[in-house]
Design a protein around this ligand. Structure first.
Ligand SMILES: Cc1cc2nc3c(=O)[nH]c(=O)nc-3n(C[C@H](O)[C@H](O)[C@H](O)COP(=O)(O)OP(=O)(O)OC[C@H]3O[C@@H](n4cnc5c(N)ncnc54)[C@H](O)[C@@H]3O)c2cc1C
Length: 475
């Protein structure tokens, strides 16, 4: 006899596990299936984000930043460090522990919310009247039926055409997070979020890092002023970034990997690396789902085709997160998970794709929400902008991180905030104020009038809002 549920979620990444919890909170009997396995065969819910994405990358970014501060930053505070060294095995073990804490946290949340968790691969097995049949393959096989199915099967790394990952010399994100010794020469293909974050980790630990980016512009999605400041900061740190670089061949051997590429001027170049991280984007993951068996429609790029509300072509089958259109971000996946559970309950939630924040956790951090100055100008929208540098912010000077700025863009007529773009210390946290302002339809004057604690980095946001009206107080 199959176990019957109101909602079955396939995938327990940030999209799937949050959807399952919200569905259970709304009173639905809910099961969640996930196949990620950690050492010892134990389940590892949390998906890419928890196991080989957001969480472990931030753990290594912190470790490497601590190392860099101890080596280069502490001296200015009068703290001398002698005999500094890095034990990569211990650093990786700490990262694994952080990941395991998050896996266990999700298992606890499932129990607390009475979500039935099935460890294994979930696939469509047809219909039984109005209900969907879902099969679980794994150590404890099961047959489930559900009134609603939410597909949250995520994404997988994209390889260079004809050059598969071996996770020895040619690394995907999982391999990049598990390098056992600091490579002397590290190549990174792709100067996106993952490439810049991983390049930063290993550069801080002593690797000579070269980043090869095919696009002509650096950080093309960011506001130009932010991208320019970032390029300057990364160059100063010794991260060599080549834009307009076309890879012509990649040849791994037992001890290194040789990359032939053409630079922006068309000249042939050859670089030899100990390891090569390939971070050129991700592809939707639908393998193993037996989507074809039930006629679940995929689009031409392999994403599950959905409407604005995450409905697929099949009745009561929904899809969320990286496996559908839109930005591949954990918080976008989570918000879609919550929204779908609420739609199943007959509610009318709304997600505004224009207020989804973007963050790059390099040092300095980069964060933005809303459209860039260039996008708004191209759309013929009259704007006023205001910027405030961290060099003029007392807290930034006190913590020794005065690089970067906050920029607020407002509509020239209504003063409504249309974007916030920032580079500098902890801007990953500061960006929430911009998101909040945009969600509430605030004006730059609203931000400028709000009392901000002193001395905080958030005062830079207020000053940028004041700068829109050309009346900064501290510059
Ligand atoms: C290195 C790196 C760093 C990142 N950093 C950030 C960051 O800082 N912030 C951010 O917002 N985003 C970040 N991302 C992106 C983020 O990880 C993804 O956007 C997010 O994980 C997508 O969530 P999801 O639930 O859609 O899918 P996933 O997290 O990919 O989860 C899908 C889950 O479904 C499982 N699954 C797939 N098929 C089946 C099946 N048939 N049966 C059972 N289980 C199945 C998978 O094993 C997986 O556990 C990062 C990604 C990488 C690679």
């Amino acid at each position: 006899m199959a176990d019957a549920y109101d909602v079955v979620v396939i995938g327990a990444g940030p999209g799937g596990y949050v959807a399952a919890i919200r569905a259970a909170q709304l009173g639905f009997t809910t099961a969640c299936i996930d196949d990620w396995t950690r050492d010892g065969g134990k389940p590892a819910p949390g998906g890419t984000c928890t196991n080989v994405g957001c969480i472990p990358s931030k753990a290594l970014l912190q470790s490497s930043e601590n190392y860099e501060h101890a080596g280069h930053g502490f001296a200015a505070h009068g703290i001398d460090v002698k005999g500094l060294s890095i034990d990569v095995a211990r650093m990786l073990a700490r990262k694994d522990k952080v990941v395991a804490q998050n896996n266990d946290g999700i298992l606890y949340l499932f129990k607390k919310n009475k979500v039935a968790f099935h460890h294994g691969r979930g696939s469509f097995a047809g219909k039984e009247g109005d209900r969907w049949r879902v099969k679980v393959d794994g150590a404890n096989p099961a047959e489930l039926t559900a009134a609603h199915v939410i597909v949250a099967t995520g994404s997988a790394p994209r390889a260079l055409p004809g050059i598969p990952f071996d996770n020895d010399r040619i690394l995907d994100n999982a391999g990049a997070l598990a390098i056992r010794e600091v490579p002397k020469r590290l190549g990174v293909v792709g100067a996106g979020v993952i490439g810049l974050e991983m390049g930063s980790v290993w550069r801080r630990l002593g690797s000579e890092v070269i980043v090869l980016e095919a696009l002509p512009a650096f950080l093309g999605a960011a506001d130009e002023a932010v991208a320019k400041e970032a390029q300057k900061a990364f160059a100063k740190q010794g991260l060599a970034i080549h834009t307009g670089a076309k890879i012509t061949s990649v040849k791994p051997t037992k001890k290194d990997v040789t990359v032939a590429w053409t630079d922006a001027a068309g000249a042939s170049q050859t670089s030899v690396f100990d390891r090569l991280i390939v971070s050129i984007g991700r592809v939707p993951h639908t393998k193993g789902l037996d989507a074809e068996a039930v006629g679940l429609k995929l689009d031409e790029r392999g994403f599950v085709a959905v409407d604005h509300d995450c409905r697929t072509n099949l009745p009561n089958v929904w899809a969320i997160g990286d496996v559908v259109r839109g930005p591949m971000l954990a918080h976008k996946a989570e918000d879609e998970g919550v929204a779908v559970a609420e739609r199943i309950a007959g509610q009318k939630p709304h997600i505004d794709f224009d207020t989804i924040p973007w963050v790059i956790y390099t040092s300095p951090e980069i964060a933005w929400v809303g459209r860039t100055e260039q996008q708004l100008k191209a759309a013929n929208i009259a704007i006023r902008t205001g910027s405030f540098p961290f060099t003029a912010n007392g807290r930034a000077r006190a913590i020794g991180e005065p690089t970067g700025f906050v920029k607020i863009i407002a509509d020239a007529k209504t003063d409504k905030v249309l974007g916030m773009h920032a580079i500098g210390p902890m801007v990953s946290e500061l960006i929430a104020e911009g998101v909040m302002a945009m969600e509430f339809g605030a004006s730059s004057e609203d931000i400028a009038r709000i009392c901000h604690a002193h001395p905080t980095l958030s005062e830079a946001t207020r000053e940028a809002a004041l700068a829109v009206d050309k009346r900064t107080l501290n510059l």
